[in-house]
Design a protein. Structure first.
Length: 187
């Protein structure tokens, strides 16, 4: 196992172990999904810092997307703003603006990766990826799970040599765990 693969494995395992420990103690299973954005940010910074070959434009575009995503994290916002300011902020267009730029940066990162690495991926994958991003914005934010699944699968099939694909896997796994936890919290 290479170090990128170990990082993704250990990050997901640590979060699942936390949820299991909470289950044994309090008899319910929940993952700390608001901190997933910070885990992803740490993972991207770690990957970019450790891999000189991954310091390409698509890595920085992915970092920009994660920064936009982390910018609207509930924990970060609650630590910066008061309750009244949070209410005003959530009523504004700013959270949607950050989500739009985050998804757009993820999409451009995926496209740039394919161009830079000279992968032969059919244009329909880009259209499907963009369509899922649009549906995430308009219908339901939980579709971001599928938005993260497409690059994880396509890059697994097409580019097994580049270790930065593991950051897409981490993104997908964190979105999967968030979707599952939101389903259990809401239900």
């Amino acid at each position: 196992m290479i170090r990128e693969q170990k990082f993704v494995f250990l990050a997901v395992l640590t979060l699942l172990a936390y949820g299991l420990g909470l289950f044994f103690e309090a008899h319910f299973f929940i993952l700390p999904f608001p901190i997933f954005d910070f885990v992803l940010l740490w993972g991207v910074l770690r990957f970019i810092g450790m891999n000189a070959s991954s310091r390409l434009i698509y890595g920085y575009l992915f970092l920009l997307a994660v920064l936009f995503k982390t910018g609207m994290n509930p924990i970060l916002m609650a630590s910066i703003f008061s309750q009244n300011q949070l209410t005003d902020l959530n009523a504004s267009f700013i959270p949607k603006f950050f989500l739009i730029f985050s998804l757009l940066s993820f999409l451009i990162s995926f496209i740039t990766w394919n161009i830079k690495e000279k992968l032969r991926i059919h244009w329909s994958w880009y259209v499907l990826h963009a369509l899922l991003g649009f549906l995430t914005l308009t219908l339901d934010a939980r579709l971001e799970l599928l938005f993260g699944l497409i690059p994880a699968v396509v890059l697994f099939l097409k580019d097994r040599e580049n270790s930065f694909r593991y950051i897409w896997n981490l993104y997908f796994f964190l979105e999967l765990m968030t979707a599952v936890m939101l389903y259990f919290v809401v239900s």
